[in-house]
Design a protein around this ligand. Structure first.
Ligand code: F0G
Length: 447
């Protein structure tokens, strides 16, 4: 039995229903526009919102703030070597900084990039290089009721079609995202990663793993693939990541920090290119957009991520949370993912058509009913793509407890008690960048 006790606490309170109604109006029915003081249980993201351990806080006090040759950088490089198995590391301010550094070093106008499913910043960075981000999920990845162990896998069949369409010389990069955040946080098998490695070799492409949630993925492999049940989380992670030429990492996920990220690789030439680009966009390669204290905390967090009990406890508590929601009659995507529970809003609010954003309507209702903040990942966030109408309730690491999850489940159950009373929404503002409208757009309820 393992767990946590509290050493530092932050007060939270549920604002009155009147205040919640007003706050939602003021936010233009977009919960990104809410002040966090108006939120009771904040499940907007698991990114940078977790609690650091006492060892991480202690390491911060000893952070070395030298511009060049920081000892904290050496500690991070050594953690990356031990935990992930890569020799070279280029720190960045967060995951999307790493994407810019690496993808900017590898891509040219007109390239195509297969990925099991692009996260939104990944898609934007690939497109920003003039390349075409192509999602290659396996069939069934977007079926909320299909119980399969590795629905996050990369479809080699789809990727081969891409190569046939554009030619192998236009596919210099293949990405695999573990776990697959944009496909309900589903894990990827080590076998699938091995096959993507072979595919990348066949077409002479660089193989990158987006390793944000690599430890959660390893914990799923241990539980779901009998060939790995006797291997430790650390061993599984090193084997899986070892198939890649490089990783991009957001430390805000499985390195348990509030900010930070990196690129890591064994390839000296790629390292050198990334280093040069990092100096331009991030900072000198021994701090790269982070304070020395943040590098220090990330080095400790990376080791905690694979200590076995931490990540095992995490995926168990997310699964338990999913169970509470299901018991409250809420339709949830199955199996439950690693970092979040995804509600099937298309089923829950089946009277609201996609054009009126059933997921966003549910997000608003969860806030109105119980001060709970989730995020829509359906036709509002991804217009013009065929996806189910999902609402993600992401669980910050080591932060909330069972009573919070019970509150969310009760809230969701109550919000869906008379679904017909929930109305759809329309977008009322016209954001400058259409792909990013869900972050800032204001909406209005339909009559
Ligand atoms: N890749 C994946 C798979 C991610 O989930 C994220 C961030 C990033 C890259 C970018 O990292 O935020 O540090 O710049 N995901 C967060 C989320 C924001 O809510 O899922 P970042």
């Amino acid at each position: 039995m393992v767990g946590y006790k509290s050493k530092v606490v932050e007060s939270i309170s549920l604002p009155s229903r009147e205040r919640r109604e007003r706050a939602l109006e003021e936010a233009g029915h977009n919960v990104f526009n809410l002040s966090s003081s108006d939120v009771f249980v904040d499940l907007l993201t698991d990114s940078g919102t977790g609690a650091m351990s006492e060892d991480q806080w202690a390491a911060m006090m000893a952070g070395d703030e030298a511009y060049a040759g920081s000892e904290s950088f050496d500690r991070l490089a050594s953690a990356v070597r031990d935990v992930m198995g890569f020799e070279h590391v280029v720190p960045t301010h967060q995951g999307r900084g790493a994407e810019n550094v690496l993808y900017g070093s590898l891509l040219s106008e007109g390239d195509a990039v297969p990925n099991n499913t692009h996260f939104d910043t990944t898609r934007a960075h690939v497109a920003n290089q003039g390349a075409d981000p192509v999602d290659c999920p396996v069939s069934g990845a977007f079926d909320p009721d299909l119980e399969e162990p590795f629905k996050g896998n990369f479809s080699l069949e789809r990727a081969r079609e891409v190569v046939d369409e554009v030619g192998a010389d236009r596919v210099p990069l293949v990405i695999q995202t573990i776990t697959n955040n944009s496909a309900a946080g589903q894990p990827v098998s080590v076998e699938n990663t091995r096959r993507v490695r072979e595919f990348a070799d066949e077409i002479d492409a660089t193989f990158v793993i987006d390793a944000c949630r690599f430890a959660e993925n390893a914990a799923f492999v241990k539980r779901r693939d009998p060939a790995y049940e006797d291997r430790s989380i650390g061993e599984i992670a090193r084997e899986q990541l070892g198939y890649a030429d490089a990783v991009v990492m957001s430390g805000k996920k499985d390195a348990f920090v509030n900010v930070g990220g990196f690129v890591a690789t064994d390839d000296p030439a790629l390292y050198d290119r990334c280093k040069q680009r990092a100096i331009l966009y991030e900072g000198f390669p021994t701090y790269g957009g982070m304070a020395g204290r943040d590098l220090a905390a990330m080095a400790v967090g990376l080791r905690e991520a694979v200590d076995g009990s931490t990540v095992g406890e995490r995926i168990a508590s997310v699964r338990e949370f999913g169970g509470l929601l299901a018991e409250a009659g809420v339709p949830v995507y199955r199996p439950i993912g690693g970092h979040a529970v995804y509600i099937d809003a298309g089923e829950a609010l089946s009277h609201i058509p996609a054009e009126a954003f059933p997921g966003q309507a549910l997000v608003c209702e969860l806030y109105r009913e119980g001060g709970v903040r989730g995020v829509e990942l359906g036709s509002f966030a991804f217009p013009d793509t065929e996806r189910p109408e999902l609402v993600r309730l992401a669980v910050p690491r080591r932060t909330y407890h069972r009573e919070h999850f019970e509150h969310v489940a009760e809230t969701a159950g109550a919000a869906l008690e008379s679904p017909e009373s929930v109305s759809g929404l329309e977008v009322a503002t016209d954001p400058a960048v259409p792909e990013l409208r869900h972050f800032t757009a204001e909406l209005e309820p339909l009559a």
